[in-house]
Every structure is written in structure tokens, then in C-alpha cells.
Design a protein around this ligand. Structure first.
Ligand code: PGA
Length: 259
């Protein structure tokens, strides 16, 4: 795991933007895994800026989102379909048919989950997956206790996640109880992972995920087992890491060949 600590979310986002731009340069038809929530917004703003100012093209890219609520129509402002159109897809030159978000409105969710797994495999697999982390340690919507080998499926949200996400809804009682999410195993199949976290509210869970034991009770801790992970956090989210000084030193003294 590489732990990158920068002063602000914007500086964290610019690192991610560069990594994605380099990937697209090397592989114009790369497959990106995308996340929702407040955390990836600075990254998506940076990608939209790079598209506008630097001509970064997403025209051959394919994307797969991590998750979607069950029961919200795609035009609901809190659906992840709506979020992705507003925050990213509407601002870049990606082909709508190359974007994938689990369909939480399907009347056969199980078939939908299987088809999602098959579509990821048929695309050749995810080259780079962007992740946030829930304050309870979830990645995607894989709540504590999720099998570390799980695949795309229905999950019931924890009370903590419902409480955390109520801020996006006009009426907190509208937060759906269920979702479709890529499994932990699905996420771990990605060739590379980039996990973001910002703010003091994420400091405790980041220290558990990065430095604690690997446990299904902190699903993000499984990233310790992945060979290619960057954890990109601001100072506040890094503040409870025991090895914080070491991570900073490593980053500042990277040899040129590794930059
Ligand atoms: P947030 O959510 O970015 O809104 O904090 C992260 C997550 O639940 O994965």
C-alpha cells in the first residue's frame, strides 16, 4: 500500500487526475471503476477540468460504478445515475453506452448482479478502481461483516450508513434500506485501486483500514492484501495513522523512476 498524504482534497484530486490521465495515455480504452458520495467530487472536477483545458479524452473509456440504491429512479437527484451525470459524465466526452451503473430498479436484481459481473469480465476487467470509504469501513456498500470474497449482490445498509447518507436527501426517511453493490471480491479483482478519504471524520476508520488487522468487520482493510493500492488522504484523514511520518518521508523521497 502506498499512503499519500496531501494538505487538501484538491491536491489529492490532482494526483488522481494525473494517474488517470497517464492510464488513458497508455491505454485509451481503459476500464475505470468509479465511486459516488462526496469524496470523489474533487477528483471528478479535476477530470472535467483536464478534459476542458487539456483535451483529455474519455471517448474510448468504459466505466463501472460500484453501487446503486435499490428503488430510486435514475432521475432521482439522490440516485447514483443522476450523481454521475451531474458530477462527471455530463462534463466529459464519454459515450453514455460505455458507462455502467448497477440497475437498482430491475425486477430481477439477482440476474442484474450476475449480468454486471459478466459485463465487467467481458470488458477485460477494471484497470483502476476509485474508492471512498464509509465511516463504518465499507467500500462500495460492502458493510461490516461482508464476505471478503463477495461478488455483486444486494446488501442492506447499516443504520450508520443510512445516517451518514441522510444529508443528501431532503427527507432522511427517504434513504433506501437496500442497494446493489460490487462485492469485495469484485473490487479486489481490479488491477489497481485508489482509495480516497478526507476530513477528520474519516481519521479513525482510515487508521483501522490501513494499519489495523484485516477483518470483514472493516471491509476496506482487505486492501492490505492487494498488490497495487494507493490510499490518498488529506492531513485530517491521516491524523490517526501511527506511521504518518514514515508515509510522508516515503512520498517525499521517491526515487525519480518511481514518480
Ligand atoms: P462519502 O461516502 O464520500 O460521502 O463520505 C464514502 C462512502 O460511503 O464510500
Amino acid at each position: 500500500m502506498e499512503i499519500i498524504i496531501r494538505p487538501s482534497p484538491e491536491e489529492c484530486a490532482s494526483i488522481g487526475g494525473r494517474i488517470i490521465a497517464d492510464l488513458i495515455k497508455r491505454k485509451p480504452n481503459a476500464v475505470l471503476g468509479l465511486a459516488t458520495g462526496s469524496t470523489p467530487i474533487p477528483l471528478y472536477s479535476e477530470l472535467a477540468r483536464m478534459h476542458k483545458d487539456e483535451g483529455l479524452s474519455f471517448s474510448e473509456i468504459t466505466t463501472f460504478n460500484l453501487d446503486e440504491y435499490i428503488g430510486l429512479p435514475g432521475d432521482h437527484p439522490c440516485s447514483y445515475q443522476f450523481f454521475m451525470r451531474e458530477e462527471l459524465f455530463g462534463k466529459i466526452d464519454i459515450r453514455p453506452e460505455s458507462t455502467h451503473i448497477p440497475n437498482g430498479e430491475s425486477d430481477d436484481i439477482e440476474r442484474e448482479c450476475l449480468a454486471y459481473e459478466q459485463a465487467i469480465a467481458a470488458s477485460g476487467g477494471i484497470d483502476l478502481q476509485v474508492l471512498g470509504i464509509g465511516s463504518d469501513g465499507h467500500i462500495g456498500f460492502n458493510e461490516p461483516g461482508s464476505s471478503l470474497g463477495s461478488r455483486t449482490r444486494i446488501k442492506t445498509l447499516t443504520g450508520k450508513t443510512i445516517e451518514d447518507n441522510a444529508r443528501f436527501f431532503e427527507d432522511p426517511n427517504q434513504v433506501p434500506r437496500h442497494c446493489v453493490t460490487m462485492g469485495v471480491g469484485t473490487i479486489m479483482d481490479s488491477a489497481a485501486l485508489m482509495l480516497y478519504a478526507f476530513g477528520e471524520g474519516k481519521a479513525e476508520i482510515i487508521s483501522k483500514a490501513v494499519e489495523g488487522p484485516v477483518s470483514a468487520m472493516v471491509p476496506a482493510s482487505i486492501l492490505q492484501m492487494h498488490p497495487c493500492v494507493k490510499v490518498i488522504v488529506d492531513e485530517a484523514a491521516a491524523s490517526q495513522l501511527a506511521n504518518i511520518e514514515y508515509y510522508k518521508e516515503v512520498y517525499q523521497n521517491k526515487p525519480d523512476w518511481q514518480k
